[in-house]
Design a protein. Structure first.
Length: 367
């Protein structure tokens, strides 16, 4: 297939397009982007007929900042006949066979969401047709490719596939998280999503477990602290502002009324460092670098607030600078960056120091 379909946040098509152009060029897969503002998706059309197939296999979704989900796609199907929409889709999928799942989706826009009811109804006859054609297995199989049918308007759809090991587990790449009633703020969902995006469930069980010590810089009123507390951690909440009273009553939070940029932890057995401060992204990155050089934490999740222009370029410069500084200081690390669903004009970064050493069990259970 020639087209790579990439889901993104509406308004971030330019960032998604700039990123896929750069990453495809690094893999020597030539092509060009097709996109419109606020469409919530980008098409990268490859020059080679199998270019999108190659990208779907070689380009890790986890390495893309502004792409929520992607799939190799056929040319746009238009004017799908109401009496038989299934046959053109089967024909467009070509030699695809024995896929393990079907997802009928739309871009994440208000206009596209109006098609959601139709998509749910259409999924039933489409699934039956795909099974009959041998494209879809009789039962779902998480190890097989995923069939995607994305309606961008009435009677207009891109169809294709993604590989199960290089695909979001969520339709359209959007996790469905519920706001807990007693969470101090909606920002709580950002950290909840981040843990799920960067760590598997098994990794969360090990590395987000009860007894770990954590620091939340810029904690007020406690949205991110809440996610740490509900996982059983002991939290140093650093902020000059007031903290949520219910959080303080848990006995798991110690509130330091201090500037997050000047705070130095009194104890150095910290596993998690989190930070959602509203500040220039370069300044937050410098703060994370300082904590890493001092070895004051093991893993960190922090947000970088984005400028109005050149957002991809700004993020790329910051991440590359951090990589250079870690190299200069002989710090081994793994770093991922994602524009999460619950992020707005910001991206979320996960940093794991000396990952080959695994979890430092010496800090487990310490207070």
């Amino acid at each position: 297939m020639k087209n790579l379909f990439l889901f993104c946040r509406a308004g971030y098509e330019k960032e998604c397009a700039a990123e896929i152009q750069q990453r495809a060029a690094e893999l020597n897969i030539g092509g060009f982007v097709k996109t419109n503002n606020n469409d919530a998706y980008v098409i990268y059309q490859c020059f080679d007929d199998n270019g999108a197939d190659e990208l779907a296999e070689k380009l890790a979704l986890s390495s893309l900042i502004f792409t929520r989900q992607m799939f190799a796609a056929s040319e746009l199907l238009i004017d799908l006949p109401e009496q038989d929409r299934v046959s053109p889709i089967i024909q467009a999928l070509g030699d695809l066979s024995k896929c393990g799942e079907l997802r009928v989706e739309t871009p994440d826009t208000n206009e596209a969401k109006e098609l959601s009811a139709f998509c749910r109804k259409f999924t039933v006859p489409l699934r039956q047709g795909l099974k009959k054609a041998g494209i879809l297995l009789g039962a779902e199989n998480p190890r097989r490719p995923i069939v995607h049918v994305c309606f961008i308007g009435p009677g207009k759809a891109y169809v294709g596939y993604s590989l199960s090991h290089n695909s979001s587990p969520h339709p359209m790449g959007i996790p469905r998280l519920k706001m807990v009633a007693d969470a101090p703020s909606r920002s709580s969902l950002k950290l909840d999503e981040a843990f799920g995006a960067f760590l598997t469930k098994e990794e969360q069980d090990l590395r987000c477990r009860s007894g770990l010590n954590a620091v939340d810089l810029g904690a007020c009123p406690g949205g991110w602290t809440y996610q740490l507390v509900r996982r059983g951690m002991m939290v140093a909440a650093v902020d000059n502002g007031p903290m949520n009273e219910k959080l303080m009553e848990t006995g798991q939070v110690k509130h330091y009324r201090a500037d997050g940029f000047r705070f130095e932890p009194p104890r150095k057995n910290i596993y998690w460092l989190v930070c959602d401060m509203v500040e220039k992204p370069s300044r937050v990155a410098e703060l994370m670098e300082a904590w890493a050089i001092n070895a004051w934490f093991k893993e960190a999740i922090f947000n970088l607030k984005l400028p109005m222009k050149s957002r991809y370029k700004e993020v790329r410069v910051i991440l590359d600078t951090m990589a250079e500084i870690f190299k200069e200081n002989n710090i081994e690390y793994k770093m991922q960056c994602k524009h999460l669903y619950h992020d707005r004009d910001e991206v979320t970064v996960h940093l794991w120091l000396f990952p080959e050493k695994g979890v430092n069990y010496a800090v487990l259970g310490e207070r």
